[in-house]
Ligand binder design. Structure first.
Ligand SMILES: Nc1nc2c(c(=O)[nH]1)N[C@H]1C(S)=C(S)[C@@H](COP(=O)(O)OP(=O)(O)OC[C@H]3O[C@@H](n4cnc5c(=O)[nH]c(N)nc54)[C@H](O)[C@@H]3O)O[C@H]1N2
Ligand SMILES: Nc1nc2c(c(=O)[nH]1)N[C@H]1C(S)=C(S)[C@@H](COP(=O)(O)OP(=O)(O)OC[C@H]3O[C@@H](n4cnc5c(=O)[nH]c(N)nc54)[C@H](O)[C@@H]3O)O[C@H]1N2
Ligand SMILES: [Mo]
Length: 784
């Protein structure tokens, strides 16, 4: 455990620090040798897909791409530590709940199915058959299938996801909240309306050709380290890389590739961003609209002077709709509003607009800094408007690139882990399987929490993830989960969701992706889809963490059998003997997966079709749509400031540290941001600290200014003076999730607004009850 220190980090992203960090993490998991061998099989044709992020890898073949955080994800799964029945015998559930998220996962891999025993407040071992029988009894006892909720996190393979949705729909509900609801849902909603497909349009090859890459609200040095390899090459060949981020993220500034021996020996590094726009939180729509305003003004000048238009007029005429109304709305937006809301100067935005105009091929990337706001759908559409102006869709080297999170979150959606399934898909299910699927939309993540809270849902089943901790409004979510008759978690490691449970509760341990999955026909591979629509195989290489583990597909099949019995005509057990059989069914349901088994065995896999990439527009408009959106000036943050004229109201953005994978905390350091041994930090401008009459290092409490009258607090954060715009704050997720009201979500997409929470900063007042949980493993050390 490291000492608590805050010190500026001057090195590049990657470099020796990354190698050292990997070595440390392997040692911490007691796996120096096996772990290293396992790492070499990540993203190899005969290996497993890295359980880290969804960034694609070059052709998914041959070269080993070093990735520090991928290595940590692999090490975390291949750990030698075990959380077996002895652990649960030693601690009651209430005692376990007193430990931090870090400590819980650090206990290691779960080995045995466990059932909650209320009399002793302990989890006790249970047989698989009894576990499935218990779930079946609960499900079959519900007044309606719609009282059951089935969550999915994005590591679940295509095969498991396909069987899971099939079982749940045959059981009779579309209640499929998933992590995507909290993540890239707005990208799907925005793009589907605007260009007809809810996915990105670029491939890795396009990154080799682009002249300008704009990166909005993403921290690839930590969350998609392999993306830095592409950016480094782009930067070296002179492409302009423009980053929009309230924080100066090291990975967007400089990168040393650990694979580059020469660079490593000379402690060299490559600059990444040519331009860095440190905008205000939530200011992206204004910033992009400013760039567009500049582009349209320059175009008007060109036309006036008798020069050729700077826009791709042919593309606009042939492929788009709504241009005139859109151009009028841009002209009507004042620079004053654009500058005030973006926090960038007119000159900065005009400069960024000139970079756009100077490039023949443009890619726009975005991440959670864009999607987790009230106006996220509109912001994404503004980014796509920018691309449309010069026809940067459907041609090489250009396009839209939402950078997904979980390694198979995109594939899970393709397999229809979706609470709003289209009717033609349901028709197909009915035709292939002969049952009448439910036709009503189901609950998304927020809807599921509300339903459990209000007693409209009684059982909660999670295929992976950490629902209790990843969701907003922690108190409300915990109450909702405790209100259930049954909570079930299919999982690899212990986490808080298992301790915030219903009256009955089960923990079902499953194989991880790094492990060999043997079924009747022999060792099995699964498939996943990356952020750029490439589908490929993944096969584990390690022996399972315990003999008792089942694979996710096997768990679904046995649950389906136990629940549906003779009611189902689907041969569940037969299907999981050989996953080729599952893939054959996938091919029958989705046209894009024709010849699935053959095509996925070609090294590197295959790319799913993308109509927008071919300039075919399958949205209702039949064309790409220019979407006019005013710069928002009446969001919750504006209203909170208006209601509180006499005290400073800040906009808080919650983000990931370098040593975490979502709710899985690997360690307490955030190397590139200079934070060591502590997670309860609040990044704030030095002048804001002074204006509060406080000092760096002081402890503060945060109170969110919600509009529903509920008081939400997060306590004991340490002030860290940081290069961040005034009025903006950043702190880590999930420590801050309690501050996000359930009722605060993205328009149209209902993604919680985790990147813009209006808060006030108060001196810390110790509160024994609120401060107690989850601090026990952190030793008290010096702060300097
Ligand atoms: N190692 C590691 N890898 C991961 C994950 C992990 O936790 N750890 N999580 C995975 C998942 S599920 C996901 S979704 C992705 C997440 O990857 P990212 O999208 O990079 O997620 P975050 O760390 O939440 O923050 C994104 C960035 O947005 C910036 N930001 C905050 N607010 C704004 C804003 O209003 N505007 C702009 N322009 N920027 C803003 C923050 O400063 C930060 O740099 O990573 C995936 N990969
Ligand atoms: N405030 C705030 N909240 C956020 C975000 C934010 O930026 N700010 N980000 C949101 C985003 S983008 C996302 S995607 C969600 C993430 O939400 P989730 O996907 O629900 O959370 P994770 O932390 O990724 O889940 C980790 C758990 O997954 C289990 N697990 C790991 N591997 C496997 C496996 O192979 N199989 C199974 N069955 N289980 C496995 C382990 O038990 C581990 O504890 O959180 C969201 N919440
Ligand atoms: Mo995510």
């Amino acid at each position: 455990m490291s000492k608590k220190t805050i010190r500026k980090y001057d090195g590049p992203a990657g470099g020796w620090g990354a190698l050292k960090s990997v070595a440390t993490h392997l040692l911490e998991q007691d796996i120096p040798l096996r772990g290293a061998r396992t790492l070499l099989k990540a993203n190899q044709p005969d290996g497993f897909d890295c359980p880290g992020c969804a960034w694609p890898d070059r052709d998914h073949t041959s070269t080993f791409e070093f990735c520090e955080n991928g290595a940590k994800a692999v090490a975390a799964e291949s750990t030698r530590h075990r959380a077996g029945p002895e652990l649960f015998a030693q601690y009651t559930v209430s005692q376990l709940a007193g430990y931090s998220d870090y400590w819980l996962e650090d206990q290691g891999r779960l080995t045995t199915p466990m059932r909650y025993d209320a009399a002793s407040d302990r989890y006790l071992p249970v047989g698989w058959d009894q576990a499935f029988a218990l779930i079946a009894a609960h499900l079959n006892g519900l007044a309606s299938p719609d009282e059951a909720i089935f969550y999915t996190s994005g590591r679940t393979s295509n095969e498991a996801a396909f069987l899971y949705q099939l079982f749940v729909r045959e059981f009779g509900t579309n209640n499929f909240p998933d992590c995507s609801n909290m993540c890239h849902e707005p990208s799907g909603v925005a793009l589907k309306h605007q260009i007809g497909v809810g996915k990105g349009t670029v491939s890795l090859h396009d990154f080799e050709l682009a002249d300008a890459i704009f990166i909005f609200g993403q921290n690839p040095g930590t969350n998609h380290p392999r993306m830095l390899g592409e950016l480094r090459e782009a930067s070296r060949r002179g492409a302009r890389i423009v980053s929009f981020n309230p924080l100066r993220e090291r990975g967007l500034e400089r990168f040393a590739d650990p694979k580059d021996t020469l660079q490593m020996l000379h402690y060299g590094s490559t600059p990444i961003s040519s331009d860095y726009c440190q905008l205000r939180i939530g200011g992206d729509l204004a910033a992009v609209k400013g760039m567009i305003k500049h582009v349209l003004e320059r175009d008007a000048e060109a036309l006036l002077e008798g020069r050729a238009s700077l826009l791709d007029r042919a593309f606009i005429a042939e492929h788009t709709t709504g241009f005139d109304a859109f151009a009028a709305s841009v002209a009507a937006e004042s620079w004053d509003v654009i500058v005030a809301e973006s926090g960038l100067s007119e000159a900065q935005l005009r400069h960024a607009g000139d970079i756009y105009l100077g490039a023949d091929k443009v890619i726009c990337c975005w991440g959670m800094g864009i999607t987790q706001h009230k106006h996220s759908v509109a912001t994404i559409q503004m980014i796509v408007n920018l691309l449309l102006l010069r026809g940067h869709l459907g041609r090489p080297g250009a396009g839209a690139c939402p950078v997904r999170g979980h390694s198979n979150v995109q594939g899970d959606r393709t397999m229809m882990i979706y609470e709003k399934p289209p009717q033609d898909f349901l028709d197909r299910l009915q035709a292939v399987f002969g049952f009448e699927p439910p036709r009503e939309d189901g609950y998304d993540t927020i809807g599921a929490i509300e339903a459990m809270r209000d007693g409209r849902a009684r059982t909660f089943f999670a295929m992976g993830g950490n629902f209790a901790t990843a969701t907003p409004d922690t108190d409300a979510t915990h109450r909702a989960l405790r209100n259930c008759d049954l909570t079930v978690h299919v999982t690899t490691k212990l986490n808080r969701s298992h301790l915030v449970h219903g009256r009955d509760a089960l923990i079902l341990p499953c194989l991880g992706r790094t492990e060999i999955d043997v079924q009747e026909a022999g060792p099995q591979a699964v498939t996943v889809e990356d952020s750029m629509s490439m589908v490929h195989l993944s096969a584990g290489i390690n022996p399972p963490a315990s003999d008792a583990l089942l694979s996710e597909p096997a768990i679904v099949a046995r649950l389906a059998e136990a629940t549906l019995g003779g009611r189902s005509r689907i041969p569940w057990r037969w299907l999981v003997c050989d996953y080729d059989r599952i893939r054959d069914l996938v091919a029958q349901v989705f046209d894009d997966f024709q010849d699935f088994n053959a095509r996925v065995r070609v090294p590197g896999g295959f790319r799913l079709s993308n109509t927008a990439r071919d300039r075919v527009w399958v949205n209702p408009a039949g064309r790409a749509v220019f979407c006019a959106h005013a710069v928002p000036t009446d969001n919750p943050i504006h209203r909170a400031r208006a209601r509180n004229p006499d005290r400073p109201v800040f906009n808080l953005s919650t983000l990931r540290s370098h040593d975490q994978y979502n709710t899985t905390i690997y360690g307490l350091n955030d190397r590139y941001r200079g934070v060591f041994g502590e997670r309860r930090v609040l990044f704030i401008h030095a002048d804001d600290i002074a204006a509060l009459g406080m000092r760096a290092g002081d402890r503060v409490d945060l109170e969110s200014l919600a509009e529903d009258g509920v008081r939400r607090m997060a306590r004991r954060f340490m002030l860290v003076a940081y290069d961040i715009p005034r009025g903006c704050l950043s702190a880590y997720y999930p420590e801050t999730n309690a501050l996000v009201p359930l009722s605060s979500f993205a328009d149209e997409a209902r993604t919680p607004t985790s990147k813009s929470i209006p808060v006030v900063v108060l001196p810390h007042r110790p509160d024994p009850e609120a401060d107690a949980p989850a601090q026990r493993d952190i030793p008290a050390t010096v702060v300097n």
